[in-house]
Design a protein around this ligand. Structure first.
Ligand SMILES: *[C@@H]1O[C@H](CO)[C@@H](O)[C@H](O)[C@H]1NC(C)=O
Ligand SMILES: *[C@@H]1O[C@H](CO)[C@@H](O)[C@H](O)[C@H]1NC(C)=O
Ligand SMILES: *[C@@H]1O[C@H](CO)[C@@H](O)[C@H](O)[C@H]1NC(C)=O
Ligand SMILES: *[C@@H]1O[C@H](CO)[C@@H](O)[C@H](O)[C@H]1NC(C)=O
Ligand SMILES: [Zn+2]
Length: 236
């Protein structure tokens, strides 16, 4: 298979051995037989998981994930599960969108009455066929979980750099660094960043910038206040 080389891959020559997990393809390309239009479809699904699971048009922690099987490259692929950040909802500080989705997929895959009915060990192995789409680059906790799960592919929208530039507190370790440091975990995970960032970025730009317009359906009740569901929409 032709592997795409980019400056990032070049940089890695000097640090770690180059493995498939550390190749960083151009998001516009067809990668693993999947065209950009399909990547965009699933990244939008990760965004949509927010409205579906939070029932708010402007959840503050707007981190959404969709986990998809497209080992069969015909068609769009098969959605296995979705997840969103559930810190607030559950009180569990580790339930970032990606962890929530991995947890949900495990439930879906092992549900004795569900579509898959896998044993626990089959469920663990199933992640090697799956692609995780997250609308923002994973923090090092989630990036590590993605490598422990052995996902086939990991695709993110907004970068940690963009989050930080827009006021989000973060642990300043990129997914690339986590992936580089996990080169001896197999299987490897193909890595794609900045996919449809033009559509994921707006989910993260209003929280710490009181002049930034609220998402549709929300408004600020006063100067500098948080975006909340508009009264008009609440009454609908
Ligand atoms: C993913 O798709 C492949 C090929 O279509 C199939 O063999 C595999 O069982 C699927 N995995 C899951 C978890 O659905
Ligand atoms: C789990 O994923 C399924 C399938 O996409 C979805 O219907 C369900 O609401 C999700 N549950 C949670 C708790 O996120
Ligand atoms: C975002 O960019 C992609 C191309 O990278 C394009 O297909 C899509 O229409 C753009 N979205 C918007 C809302 O402009
Ligand atoms: C909001 O407050 C900031 C300072 O706190 C001020 O610079 C800005 O002009 C105000 N905007 C409006 C619309 O009142
Ligand atoms: Zn995380």
């Amino acid at each position: 298979m032709h592997l795409v080389t980019l400056p990032v891959a070049l940089l890695l020559c000097f640090s770690q051995p180059i493995l498939s997990s550390t190749v960083f393809p151009d998001p516009a390309l067809t990668v693993n037989g999947i065209p950009f239009s399909t990547r965009a479809h699933w990244m939008r699904r990760a965004n949509e998981a927010l409205g579906e699971l939070t029932h708010s048009p402007c959840p503050f922690a707007a981190f959404g994930t969709a986990i998809v099987n497209h080992t069969d490259t015909n068609g769009l692929g098969d959605l296995i599960c979705i997840g969103v950040n559930q810190n607030r909802q559950t009180g569990n500080p580790a339930l970032h969108g990606e962890i929530a989705a991995i947890t949900n997929c495990t439930t879906v895959l092992t549900d004795p009455h569900g579509r898959f009915r896998l044993t626990t060990s089959e469920a663990q192995d199933a992640f090697a066929d799956l692609t995780l789409y997250t609308n923002a680059e994973s923090c090092p906790m989630c990036a590590s979980a993605i490598r422990w799960a052995g996902f086939r592919e990991y695709v993110y929208g907004t970068s940690i750099d963009t989050l930080v530039q827009n006021g989000w507190s973060q642990i300043h370790i990129s997914s690339l660094e986590v992936f580089q440091a996990s080169w001896d975990l197999s299987p490897q995970t193909l890595f794609m960043g900045d996919v449809l960032a033009n559509e994921t970025d707006p989910y993260f730009l209003w929280q710490f910038d009181p002049t930034y317009p609220c998402p549709d359906g929300c408004s600020r009740s006063g100067n500098g206040t948080r975006c909340r569901v508009s009264m008009r929409d609440e009454l609908k």
